[in-house]
Design a binder for this molecule. Structure first.
Ligand SMILES: [Zn+2]
Length: 114
């Protein structure tokens, strides 16, 4: 895939619904709950935990409080628990399954979030 198509066209951090929305250059659209992104953190510390089979405990109150560009091809997220080491490459985000799909995007299905 052309790397340019993996760039976000728009990034919306929603605090009310605790979701992050990204509109991609290729026209696709992604929505994730903040808690999911926290669980899928790719920093060395969290990846070591994931390898051991223990995903970071789901923290229901977790919120993503800041999104910053990191280099040309990644975002850096800061979470309300103070965790700010996760670098999320666009390529990773683009293939990361959504927990929630926007109703406006009729074709999308909503996955169970249990
Ligand atoms: Zn982490």
């Amino acid at each position: 895939m052309n790397i340019d198509e993996l760039r976000p066209q728009a990034i919306r951090l929603r605090t009310a619904t605790r979701t992050l929305e990204i509109e991609w250059q290729d026209g696709s659209f992604s929505v994730w709950e903040h808690a999911l992104l926290r669980q899928r953190c790719r920093c060395a510390e969290c990846q070591a935990q994931q390898r051991k089979g223990c995903t970071p405990a789901a923290v229901p109150d977790i919120a993503l409080i800041e999104v910053a560009a990191y280099g040309q091809n990644a975002l850096r997220f800061t979470f309300s628990d103070g965790h700010a080491r996760g670098i999320f490459p666009f390529e990773y985000l683009h293939q990361l399954p959504e927990l929630q799909a926007p109703a406006a995007n009729g074709a999308a299905s909503v996955r169970a979030s249990s």
